[in-house]
Ligand binder design. Structure first.
Ligand SMILES: [Zn+2]
Length: 711
């Protein structure tokens, strides 16, 4: 849009106008100014000497949008139109963004016995799912997710992306989940289930409907699958010097969510993440006795699977801020580091109010731990499991410190404490993936990248493990919200030694985030945040689902609501939706209601669209032609996004003044005249002087008024 720029004096107002034909240095009138950089006419801030306004200069500025005004695509009627959110308010979801009086949620509790054979990569399991229907509807069928089927040759996921380097489209495959038996126990009667398979889903058709409001049944499934290799993405195994590391996830058939929004939410697993019910997990993992197992939740039988020395060291770690070695590198090959020789051992873990559980197993693990201090005197335990390749203070030797610090800071800052008995980081083939109380990260990560990754993955405890977003549809919520809280963790850890957060997820160029977001906003092919996650191509995944929503929350916190209002409302949202399933609409309503602001304009511009912002200093002139009577500054909004903004006026005598423009500045008009009760000549006017807004053209943000030349 911006082509040639012409600065003209019109009716005593120094103003900027656009002219495709004008050549550089086309000026009219005596009082002319600055900002030629945008027109390619000279360096930024280039100043053209200006004469004083004559005593006969008219006092009134031009009406906004009048002749000579720059083209503005801004339309207040569009930006401030009433906004209809995707999900309605009803008895289940209230107008203030909280769960409504009739909110309900179904529940799935799991007891799982699995054995892993590292020689064949085969996992065999049997599980009992206790499913509770709290909905007001009787259920005639149930839907179960079989995520391992994404690795089958005929998986739908293979057709979503093309190219050998795309996930789930390479030559490797497995047979997926092989079901040996599926049974239903209903009203005390156990019977073979009537089921059908469809890609990564299974529908079980019930002989009699499951009663509403508390009806309960049990599903018994025996199954096995081959754990994928590195191609598994979020799960897999990899060889290291002292043995393979298995990072095992999506390892048991689990309930799809039945909710008030869609009934059964049966989106297939195409590669985006998960939407899962809450429940308790009691699970048993049998492996060769020389393997260590790290799992979600609390280990229930340490006396059976650990040595006396390891148990003593663990007790020490529970009381220690410094990291305590549970099994050192030197002990890995020492048979005495295991309680028995030969055969297998069964590790028993339990985690409550979780939406998932995962585990890792290896002979190659170094294991260390330290206490996590939580508000109210509560405690948890940070633990890291990694191979010798990853050891050392520049790498995984500090992972437990990162876990501990992040869990402590997130708990304090955001009002809901880390809820699980342990926070575990596992080094392996998975390049960064979160599960309740356990995260899988790349064993090659080091330094600040490992810090950022560890803080990010354990930050997912709050989103989506505590606040149970539907990641499969709205990936921008869990990734964006988590990336947002990570921005502050990067400032908090050791007074910011790894800060500010600048990584592939947030301002990857290392610069100012509001500038680095611009290519995404200006890319006509880019999707918007309220897009089904499966539609977001990989090139947009980090910019759109991590960076933009995180920056949106930074803008909401620091530019729109202010930290005092934002933090209170955001903590309330986390609390209100802990272990529940909020939608984007719930979040939008919650922040507007508790934050005390109609934010429709921001949701529309930033979340529903990729609108861009272009604020400009349009002109400045003395009141009645004399600076001693004050000054009139004209600020214009040239593009579709609106934001509150700061305007700084620097006077010739060195003083300066700041004016905060509320967003209502733009509710009726494209440009605004600000009359200053000043007495000094104005030297410079700047809009957004701190570069805090995603202004796409900063060259028109400054207007320099040159002093009058000597007569
Ligand atoms: Zn993430």
């Amino acid at each position: 849009m911006l082509s040639r720029l012409r600065l003209t004096l019109r009716n005593g107002l120094i103003r900027r106008s656009f002219d495709r034909e004008a050549s550089c240095g086309t000026f009219r009138g005596a009082l002319v100014v600055a900002m030629l950089a945008a027109a390619g006419c000279g360096p930024r801030g280039h100043v053209v000497p200006a004469g004083p306004a004559g005593p006969d200069a008219p006092a009134a500025s031009e009406a906004p949008g009048g002749h000579g005004a720059p083209p503005s695509t801004y339309d207040p009627r569009e930006a401030f139109a009433p906004l209809t959110l995707p999900d309605p308010v009803n008895a289940y979801r209230a107008g203030d963004g909280t769960p409504g009086p009739a909110y309900w949620q179904n529940r799935a509790d799991y007891v799982i016995h699995a054995s892993l054979d590292p020689d064949t990569d085969r996992l065999a399991g049997s599980e009992v799912i206790t499913y509770t229907n709290n909905s007001p509807q009787p259920l005639e069928s149930l839907w179960v997710q079989l995520d391992q089927n994404i690795y089958r040759r005929d998986a739908r996921a293979r057709f979503v992306r093309s190219g050998p380097r795309q996930p789930f489209s390479g030559p490797e495959a497995t047979d997926g989940d092989v079901l040996e038996s599926v049974q239903i126990e209903q009203r005390g009667r156990l019977a073979r289930a009537d089921y059908l398979l469809s890609d990564t889903r299974m529908q079980i058709r019930l002989r009699e409907p499951l009663a509403p409001r508390g009806g309960r049944l049990r599903i018994l499934i025996r199954y096995h699958f081959t754990v994928p290799g590195e191609f598994g993405g979020r799960t897999g195994h990899i060889a290291t010097r002292n043995g393979e590391i298995f990072a095992v996830a999506q390892w048991y058939p689990r309930m799809a969510v039945y909710d008030d929004l869609r009934g059964w939410d049966t989106l297939p697993y195409l590669g985006t993440e998960f939407y899962l019910e809450y429940g308790d997990f009691d699970y048993f993992v049998t492996v060769p006795s020389d393997m260590l197992v790290a799992g979600s939740g609390a280990l229930q039988n340490p006396q059976e699977v650990l040595t006396a020395l390891e148990r003593r060291r663990l007790e020490q770690a529970r009381a220690s801020d410094a990291t305590v070695m549970i099994r050192s590198a030197a002990e890995i090959s020492d048979p005495l580091s295991r309680p028995v020789r030969g055969g297998t051992l069964t590790w028993h873990f339990r985690i409550r109010e979780a939406r998932d559980a995962s585990f890792a197993a290896s002979r190659a693990f170094i294991w260390d731990a330290a206490r996590i201090d939580l508000p109210g005197g509560k405690r948890s335990l940070a633990m890291s499991f990694y191979p010798v390749e990853s050891a050392g203070a520049g790498a995984w030797g500090r992972a437990t410190e990162y876990l501990k610090d992040a869990a402590e800071h997130f708990s304090r800052r955001w009002g809901v404490a880390y809820p699980y008995p342990a926070a575990v980081a596992v080094a392996g083939s998975v390049g960064g993936m979160e599960y309740p109380a356990i995260v899988f990260d790349d064993y090659r990560d080091t330094g600040k990248n490992l810090f950022w990754l560890t803080a990010h993955e354990i930050g997912h405890t709050w989103f989506p493990m505590i606040v149970g977003f539907d990641e499969r549809r709205d990936q921008w919520m869990d990734e964006g919200f988590n990336t947002f809280i990570d921005v502050y963790e990067s400032e908090d850890f050791e007074h910011g030694i790894y800060g500010p957060k600048r990584d592939p997820e947030y301002a990857p160029g290392g610069g100012n985030p509001v500038e680095e977001i611009l290519p995404l906003l200006e890319d006509p092919a880019a999707p918007v945040m309220l897009t089904r996650a499966d539609q977001v191509r990989d090139r947009y995944r980090h910019p759109l689902t991590y960076f933009k929503p995180a920056l949106g929350l930074v803008l909401l916190r620091e530019q729109i609501l202010g930290p005092e209002r934002f933090d209170w409302a955001f903590r309330k949202f986390i609390r209100d939706w802990s272990y529940r399933h909020p939608t984007p609409s719930d979040f939008f309503r919650a922040m507007a209601s508790a934050g005390g602001e109609d934010l429709s304009w921001f949701w529309r511009g930033w979340y529903f669209h990729n609108w861009t912002l272009d604020l400009a200093v349009e002109g400045v002139r003395p009141v009645a032609g004399d600076w001693r009577h004050g000054a009139v500054v004209t600020i214009a909004n040239l593009d579709r996004l609106v934001m509150p903004a700061t305007v700084q006026i620097d006077f010739r005598d060195g003083r300066s003044e700041r004016i905060r423009l509320p967003v209502e500045t733009w509710i009726q008009q494209q440009s605004v005249d600000l009359t200053l009760a000043s007495t000094q000549p104005v030297a410079k006017v700047t809009v957004d002087p701190d570069a805090a807004l995603p202004d796409k053209d900063r060259s028109n943000n400054v207007l320099v008024v040159a002093p009058a030349p000597a007569p």
